[in-house]
Design a protein around this ligand. Structure first.
Ligand SMILES: *Cc1c(COP(=O)(O)O)cnc(C)c1O
Length: 461
């Protein structure tokens, strides 16, 4: 299995190369040269397996000879053994039309644990083979940071730098990062919004001298390995689905388009998903694009679902590659239009093929609070605001069969939940201490030069 960039399909890369590079040198995103496709028999067999087996069967399609089967199985097992559910991602039926896939049973209570736990082990393994060092820099809108910090703490040969927008993430999210004690972790608060953090990361990546100097890699969802690992739970959801009819939509709280893109790959691999539904808050660039064909960035607005307060969805470029007939030339053209004018437009046929696989919907903040309340009143189940948005889109669009991806535990967003139902959602046992522990945070200006200097200095220490 080889990979190329969405902006240049001539150069090929191995899995080892792309997991360490993160972002392609040409600014594009890595994708597999071909998507492996399962036969119906393969799929039926997979759907009778447990989570770890499904994970192994899917991931080995993409990693080829990179890891021996024993090693891959062991890394998968180590990644998920501490999850608070035997199913890893349990599916619960809510009502006749709606089931909820719980992705929040990992150490930091958000779906990002699923990918980050395994990604960190893969990176550590690949580095150890050549005894090389790497620095990881990642921008977080809240949950990536905690998952990355927890997963990479004390991993060998790796330094992790996390940038988050000051005051724009919840206290629990911040504490999941700032209370982890590990020499190799630096948590940095930036005076700006998530897009500012992401722009700093992008600029540092395009600075080749810097990137080489500190062996830079990315663990944001631009890293293909994240997407690959997230494909697994779409299959796992089907394997737990009780009813016979399989015309299921997946509704995915969407920010950077990584999670839902994993669903798109699952569908390409043969999983009979009907529609992948983009659920967003008022930062709804993707919904607007699906409805009008115009992809146009506005300023991002702070909401009660902060992990989706994103305007530019990096992973959309991966879908764009497919929509634009896999032409790196046209992808480059659209992306430079976006950079110059803040927008581009899809043609009629490109928009049609987008709509063939996707649908979209959004909720504002009041609607989000109302859904949390409705769901609690109906079932005494407490859902987080991101999940609530997806649930709201299910009812708004009147789907027959949906699986909502529940991307975070309600306890990560206590203020909004409190506002909705007057209850403070309890943190699961393992994470209670974070309120008592000392926080380690470094304040830096919203300035690429300062971040560059900080990382360069710390990398060599
Ligand atoms: C990151 C995150 C999302 C968005 O996921 P993407 O892969 O960026 O689309 C949604 N909900 C929560 C709780 C998240 O942490």
């Amino acid at each position: 299995m080889l990979y190329f960039s969405t902006r240049d399909t001539d150069k090929k890369f191995t899995f080892e190369e792309i997991i360490l590079n993160g972002l392609a040198e040409d600014g594009g995103l890595y994708i597999p040269e071909q998507t492996p496709i399962f036969t119906e028999n393969d799929i039926n067999r997979l759907l009778c397996s447990d989570y770890e087996t499904i994970a192994y069967e899917i991931i080995k399609q993409f990693t080829g000879e990179t890891f021996t089967s024993d090693l891959l199985k062991r890394m998968i097992h180590d990644s998920y053994k501490s999850f608070r559910s035997n199913f890893v991602t349990p599916l619960t039926e809510f009502d006749g039309s709606l089931s909820i896939l719980e992705l929040f049973h990992g150490p930091t209570l958000a779906f990002k644990d699923l990918a980050m736990q395994l990604l960190s082990r893969m990176i550590e393994e690949v580095l150890s083979r050549t005894n090389s060092k790497a620095s990881i820099i990642c921008a977080t809108s809240g949950d990536t940071g905690g998952a990355a910090v927890t997963s990479f703490a004390n991993k060998k040969n790796i330094k992790l730098f996390v940038l988050y927008p000051k005051g724009r993430i919840s206290e629990v999210q911040r504490r999941f990062m700032s209370t982890v004690k590990a020499e190799n972790i630096k948590v940095i608060s930036i005076n700006g919004n998530f897009d500012d953090c992401q722009n700093i990361v992008k600029t540092l990546f395009s600075d080749r001298y810097f990137a080489k100097n500190v062996s830079l890699t990315a663990v944001n969802s631009i890293n293909w390995a994240r997407i690959m690992i997230q494909i697994v739970y779409y299959f796992s959801a089907f394997s737990q689905y009780k009813r016979l009819e399989k015309n299921i939509n997946f509704i995915v709280p969407t920010g950077n388009f990584g999670d839902i893109f994993a669903g798109y790959i699952a569908k390409k691999m043969g999983l009979p998903i009907q529609k992948l539904v983009i659920a967003t808050n008022v930062n709804n660039i993707l919904e607007r694009c699906l409805k009008t064909g115009k992809y146009e960035a506005f300023d991002s607005i702070q909401t009660n679902s902060p992990s989706m307060d994103i305007q530019i969805s990096s992973n959309f470029e991966r879908l764009l590659f497919d929509l634009l007939d896999m032409s790196p030339r046209v992808v480059k053209k659209k992306m430079s239009e976006l950079k110059e004018n803040g927008k581009f437009e899809l043609s009629k046929s490109e928009l049609e093929s987008f709509k063939n696989n996707f649908d979209a919907g959004s909720l504002d903040q009041d609607e989000t609070v109302k859904i949390i309340k409705d769901i609690y009143n109906r079932s005494h189940q407490i859902i987080d605001p991101h999940t609530a948005i997806a649930v709201g889109v299910h009812y708004k669009n009147s789907y027959k069969n949906s699986i909502v991806l529940s991307t975070a535990h309600a306890a990560k967003f206590p203020d909004t939940v409190m506002k909705a139902i007057g209850i403070n959602p309890e943190l699961p046992n393992i994470s209670e201490d974070i309120y008592k522990l000392h926080e380690n945070i470094i304040d830096l200006p919203n300035d690429v030069g300062d971040i560059n200097a900080f990382i360069t200095k710390n990398f060599s220490e």
